[in-house]
Design a protein around this ligand. Structure first.
Ligand code: ADP
Ligand code: ZN
Length: 437
């Protein structure tokens, strides 16, 4: 495991040299083996030899989700299927799922970056990892599974859902680590409370929560109610799955496994790189992937990049919380709204839980935003007046946060559909063409 951590502490000039060498090899191989990249590089008049410094990265053409769709299912692979040992697909949150593939060495890389991820939370041989990410085509389940095995922890491959069984495992099997989406973790916290099980009587120590946007307010709620340290983890199937980046215990941004995945943040309109600290669209170029090398893949996720040293001693750059996806952004009466802004407002109001759904309609010429949010058990027990009171507070808070007046409905606990995986936060009922595409 020593070599794993050494890569996280390389001086940045040394890291840069390593990245440049890998970048040249990866681009050369993509150009040689994948028609799409060969043609785009030719059109740009570039070859891998033109990459003289990391700054030259910005001269390379972008790859998008649409390229995956056009090349569906295997058109972006750099190896024959004979060399592929695993196939996964993205969750398809925003359309047709994207198919991704791995060689044996890619699986090794994935296990390594996931082992590193878990080690950021101090996970090792003595831990019991309750892996409540979905097993299957979704990369979450198997990604965590292999990483946890690699660090020598005991893995419970429980997958998502079956809440009763999750509670049983938490109590009887001594889980010290919980891996799940933050929305499902909140659901588990509630289920524990309902069953009269105190979190402090469990052995949970750290949680790895990701796969969907969440907020600091949600973190505070999860840490308190599950009595653990909640770490944010970000990844996407196209790049590898989970293992792309994760928070260290400093919890000031997620360290990117930069020796494998080269991050950039660009202005989504001009596609020019922005300065560190300025929000924009996250873009990744893979440095070591065999089956599916990516050149400047536009993730559509909005975040910031920070290359300053971290107090934990790691030199790897950090990305900030993902505030939304470019395609998640709602334009309501001309105002740009991300679901995470609403979540932020909700976590600041006592009396409601951050289980919510945003419903957008068109009333005549105007967009109307309805926010449905669940009451806490005590507010629900106090009756309709208490629920209306909470709704008024939420309405005011949302207005202060985004400057829009929303219709707020506070609904009873459990009224909003639960998901064992990624939560569905938006229902856009506006006629097509009216909604941002
Ligand atoms: P899909 O795009 O179909 O959801 P994936 O299952 O590969 O496909 O999920 C990757 C996406 O999930 C990311 O692009 C990002 O939008 C979201 N995501 C993953 N982790 C986080 C996180 N920690 N915070 C916010 N969003 C995240
Ligand atoms: Zn750190």
């Amino acid at each position: 495991m020593k070599d794993l951590t050494a890569a996280e502490r390389l001086p940045r000039t040394e890291l840069g040299r390593l990245q440049l060498g890998r970048l040249r090899r990866s681009v050369a191989s993509a150009a040689e083996r994948i028609p799409l990249h060969r043609e785009r590089l030719r059109a740009a008049g570039l070859t891998a030899r033109d990459l003289r410094s990391l700054d030259d990265l910005r001269r390379l053409p972008f790859t998008t989700k649409a390229d995956f769709r056009d090349a569906y299912p295997y058109g972006l692979l750099a190896v024959p299927l004979d060399d592929v040992v695993r196939v996964h697909a993205s969750s398809g949150t925003t359309g047709k799922p994207t198919v991704v593939a791995y060689t044996r060495r890619d699986l090794q890389t994935w296990s390594d970056v996931m082992a590193r991820t878990l080690m950021m939370g101090g996970v090792g041989r003595s831990d019991v990892v309750q892996n409540a990410y979905g097993y299957g085509l979704f990369t979450g389940g198997l990604g965590f599974h292999y990483g946890a095995e690699r660090v020598g922890a005991a893995v419970i491959p429980i997958s998502g859902g079956f809440t009763e069984r999750q509670l049983m495992a938490l109590q009887d099997l001594g889980s010290t680590v919980l891996c799940s989406t933050p929305s499902y973790a909140l659901y588990l916290a509630e289920a524990l409370e309902e069953a009269g099980i105190a979190a402090k009587d469990l052995r949970l120590r750290v949680g790895f929560f990701g796969a969907e946007p969440w907020t600091e307010g949600m973190r505070a709620a999860l840490e308190e109610r599950l009595d653990l340290m909640a770490l944010n983890i970000y990844g996407l199937s196209e790049v590898i799955g989970p293992g792309v980046s994760v928070e260290c215990p400093e919890r000031r941004g997620m360290h990117v496994a930069e020796d494998h995945f080269l991050p950039e943040v660009v202005d989504p309109a001009t596609l020019e790189p922005v300065a560190d600290g300025v929000p924009g669209e996250l873009v990744f170029t893979t440095l070591t992937k065999e089956a599916l090398p990516l050149i400047r893949y536009r993730t559509r996720d909005i975040t910031t990049l920070d290359r300053t040293p971290c107090a934990c001693g790691r030199t790897l750059a950090r990305i900030g919380r993902i505030t939304g996806r470019t395609d998640d952004m709602l334009i309501i009466r001309g105002v740009n709204v991300y679901p995470s802004q609403i979540e932020h407002a909700l976590t600041q109001v006592a009396g409601v839980e951050p289980h919510y759904l945003l419903v957008v309609r068109r009333d005549g010429a105007l967009d109307a935003l309805e926010v449905r949010v669940e009451a806490t058990a005590s507010v629900a027990a106090a009756g309709p007046d208490a629920m209306r009171g909470a709704a008024a507070l939420v309405k005011r808070r949302i207005h202060e946060t985004i400057g829009l007046t929303a219709d707020v409905t506070v609904v009873p606990p459990k009224a909003i559909e639960r998901s064992a995986g990624k939560a569905k936060r938006v229902e856009d009922l506006r006629p097509r063409g009216g909604a941002p595409s």
